[in-house]
Design a protein around this ligand. Structure first.
Ligand code: ADP
Ligand code: ASP
Ligand code: MG
Length: 433
């Protein structure tokens, strides 16, 4: 059997844990399997590197403000920040962040050698991981499997640095937060592995984040589509693109604990009887912010101009609500990733639309999005109504709603996010009996 084993940050977070990883990998190889390992940076390392970069920029920003007299927000609340060479910064940030995974790959490989195994670590460019897209949110387009196969044929364990690749210009790129999951599944697809194990700090995929919902239950299996929705709606146990790769290339994925050998959760294609289960899981996303433009002229082209400027900047808009017209004016509310809020307000500031009389911009980062997900919703009515009743019973006000075939999402005030998550989890009978 050919297996890819991916170990996350906590699982390689200390030298003792790295030793444990090496033992597990070697035991697997000695049982007769061929093993490719993918590692994340040691727990906290990626955050530390990002903080270093941001702290450096903050010093420059403070100096800039001191020298130029900080103008502060203008009458509409838009702030003119220090102009930064965004592409240049992102390039260096990727270069910086990719070091975290290089360190853990080398250490895991050394630990395997210390235990008498044959092992080689390889980083993104040595693996031929070619990417497209931005420096810090790149997408894998191809991987060179040849070198890995040659090493495996020689009985060597290959330890790969996750999260990174090289773009067509030869620059180091990274795959977005949690991207080592995607490295692992993409590698598994490229070498046609029999299975990709995601070894982490929980027993598998739960009905909700077990850190937030104590009654959450581990699922034995979950469909690709449900996992895709949960991942994109805030369950960070797997990166979205990892699930997409698994689906597209039919890679069997098994999410399980790195510290013991019990079965975890298998991500599987949907089978007909799965619709019997109404809701598979609920997710909480605190990373979005809400933007409202009031009193926009209700004429063709208003919304188009607004979302065009955001699209041109690569800002991904999630939920959108446009209210019915009153006296030829309308309000538009939408959500964007919280870390794009400043760029969003800057982009809107450049629009002619905002000069129209009465137009005001309101932003709110204190929101939480809670989503319930399940393929059973396709064949059952009344899920949204039940969710609204559960929240009403808890006295939680709903600000926005969006639905798809297999999910219902609501936006609520951030301070009620966890309460709402637990209420919906237990309201749909997902808790441990
Ligand atoms: P790793 O470092 O191994 O990649 P992550 O921190 O990225 O681990 O992902 C594991 C974490 O995901 C868990 O510790 C848990 O808190 C969180 N999580 C969120 N939603 C879920 C869920 N539905 N099931 C399991 N874990 C979840
Ligand atoms: N180290 C990266 C992160 O923290 C990638 C990963 O862990 O998957 O986002
Ligand atoms: Mg992760």
């Amino acid at each position: 059997m050919l297996v890819v084993q991916k170990f996350g940050g906590t699982s390689v977070g200390t030298l003792e844990r790295i030793r444990t990883v090496a033992e597990r990998v070697l035991a697997r190889q000695r049982s007769g399997d061929r093993v490719v390992v993918v590692v994340s940076a040691m727990a906290g390392e990626t955050n530390r590197l990002i903080e270093l970069a941001n702290a450096l920029h903050a010093i420059a920003h403070a100096q800039h403000a001191a020298h130029n007299g900080d103008p502060g927000p203008d009458s509409k609340g838009w702030v003119a920040p220090l102009k930064r060479d965004d592409a240049g910064f992102e390039r260096e940030l990727s270069q910086l962040m990719s070091t975290g995974e290089k360190v853990s790959a080398a250490l895991v490989s050394m630990a395997i050698q210390d235990l008498g195994g044959a092992s080689v670590s390889l980083v993104g460019h040595q693996l031929g991981v070619t990417t497209q897209g931005s420096y810090t949110n790149a997408r894998i387009v191809s991987i060179d499997a040849e070198r890995i196969h040659a090493l495996l044929d020689a009985g060597t364990i290959v330890v790969c640095a996750g999260f990174q690749g090289l773009d067509e210009a030869g620059d180091v790129t990274t795959l977005g937060r949690g991207g080592s999951d995607t490295s692992a599944v993409a590698l598994a697809a490229a070498i046609v592995a029999d299975e990709c194990e995601i070894l982490t700090d929980v027993d598998g995929v739960y009905t909700s984040d077990p850190r937030v919902v104590p009654s959450a239950r581990k699922l034995d299996r979950i469909t690709h589509e449900e996992m895709l929705e949960l991942a994109s709606l805030g369950s960070k146990v797997l990166q979205i693109r990892a699930v997409e790769f698994a689906m597209k290339f039919n890679v069997p994925v098994h999410v399980r604990h790195s510290q013991h050998l019990r079965e975890g959760t298998r991500i599987v294609p949907e089978t007909p009887n799965m619709e019997a289960v109404l809701v598979a899981g609920v997710a909480l996303d605190r990373d979005e912010a809400k933007v409202t433009l009031t009193n926009c002229p209700d004429v063709p082209g208003t919304i188009a101009s607004l979302f065009t400027v955001l699209g041109e900047r690569g800002i991904i808009v999630d939920m959108i609500i446009q209210n019915a017209s009153r006296d030829g004016k309308t309000d538009v509310t939408f959500t964007v990733p919280q870390d794009e809020l400043q760029r969003t307000t800057e982009a809107i500031g450049e629009l002619e639309l905002v000069c129209a009389p009465g137009v005001t911009l309101l932003t709110d980062a204190q929101i939480a999005k809670i989503s319930i997900v399940g393929v059973g919703m396709r064949t059952h009515a009344g899920v949204a109504a039940k969710a609204f009743s559960v929240l009403a019973h808890e006295g939680v006000n709903i600000q926005m709603v969006s639905t798809s075939e297999i999910k219902v999402s609501v936006v609520v005030e951030e301070k009620y996010g966890e309460l709402a998550l637990r209420a919906l989890h237990d309201g749909f009978g997902l808790g441990t009996p």
